[in-house]
Design a protein around this ligand. Structure first.
Ligand SMILES: Cc1cc2nc3c(=O)[nH]c(=O)nc-3n(C[C@H](O)[C@H](O)[C@H](O)COP(=O)(O)OP(=O)(O)OC[C@H]3O[C@@H](n4cnc5c(N)ncnc54)[C@H](O)[C@@H]3O)c2cc1C
Length: 289
């Protein structure tokens, strides 16, 4: 099906893009990789009056470590993360998530920030970035504001972003010297959305866990941050008892539904097993960092 007709704008600066969003309010949509928005428009689940294509704005495609944090610009594609040397090691949860997103065609065009803005509870970036403690930098007519990812996701396909705002970048705090992580995804076939995904990030200090982050995909109304499991791990020795206890808490944080991909009980069990495996891998990676 063809989309409903719309105005197309291709601003070359952020200010221009913002003034277009302000002019059209909630009748406008930002267009980044188009990998989620265009299918929705073709199916007529979305019918924006105007598209504000940000692809011609320079300076939004930076993936850099700067001033003690990792910055992922609004036009950083999945494939850039997949190929980035920077993301291996301490940002391992991001490096592991990138190649598991869909197929090469989607990864060539789709963006990290577009994925967050789309807020699909089955999106992989949401969990990986929740685990590593990322924040969204939103820019609107009033300037810039920073939103933690936990506050950013408000429901399925709903975020804290105002219609007049766009995501300029995502920031990840310095994970410290001894950090590691991974992303485990169960999919029916390669390229599918997750039946269950578990993102794990661990930072060690003198051999104990200084900070742990766990994000869950496909088992809730949003990507889920397994807060109780994270708290149980903070300050703990990274041993089997702590890992198994945290995995049980992560499974309790999941709120999966029965569907064609599996029963709620099965998915909760996958969360537990993946969290155990992910934590072991993350701890090993952090020790080796
Ligand atoms: C066949 C297929 C399979 C897929 N499989 C997976 C998968 O396994 N895992 C996964 O995580 N994803 C998957 N996706 C989704 C894919 O990752 C999308 O690329 C991503 O969700 C959206 O990024 P985008 O840049 O294409 O955004 P767009 O489609 O351009 O936009 C999506 C939404 O975000 C908004 N938006 C985009 N950028 C910004 C911004 N900077 N500021 C404010 N709002 C913005 C748009 O207005 C729109 O509402 C799949 C998509 C397809 C088509």
């Amino acid at each position: 099906m063809y989309p409903v007709s719309f105005e197309y704008h291709a601003p070359t600066s952020l200010d221009e893009a913002l003034s277009m969003l302000e002019r059209h309010g909630d009748e406008a949509k930002v267009l980044a990789g188009g990998q989620s928005l265009i299918p929705l428009m073709k199916l007529r689940f979305a019918a924006p009056h105007a598209l504000v294509d940000i692809n011609r704005i320079e300076g939004l495609d930076g993936l850099v470590e700067e001033d003690g944090q990792l910055r992922i610009g609004a036009l950083v594609r999945h494939k850039t993360c997949e190929r980035s040397e920077l993301l291996r090691g301490r940002y391992g949860v991001l490096a592991d998530a990138a190649p598991q997103i869909s197929d090469p065609i989607v990864r060539n065009l789709g963006t990290v920030c577009g994925s967050l803005a789309h807020a699909d509870p089955q999106g992989d970036w949401g969990s990986a970035l929740l685990a590593i403690g990322a924040e969204v930098v939103a820019r609107g007519p009033g300037g810039e504001r920073t939103i933690t990812l936990e506050d950013f996701f408000q429901g399925p396909f709903m975020t804290a972003l105002e219609p007049t705002e766009l995501i300029e970048e995502v920031r990840v705090p310095d994970p410290g010297a001894r950090a590691g992580g991974t992303y485990l995804k169960l999919e029916r076939r390669v390229g599918d959305f997750a039946t269950v995904g578990v993102a794990v990030h661990v930072a060690l200090d003198n051999g104990t866990i200084a900070r742990a982050g766990i994000g869950l995909t496909g088992v809730g109304a949003t990507n889920v941050k397994a807060v109780d499991a994270e708290r149980a791990l903070a300050g703990a020795e990274p041993n089997e008892e702590a890992i198994r206890g945290a995995a049980r808490l992560a499974a309790e944080a999941a709120e999966p539904l029965d569907d064609v991909r599996g029963s709620a009980e099965y998915k909760r069990n996958v969360v537990r097993i993946f969290t155990e495996r992910g934590l072991r891998t993350a701890v090993e990676a952090a020790r080796a960092a």
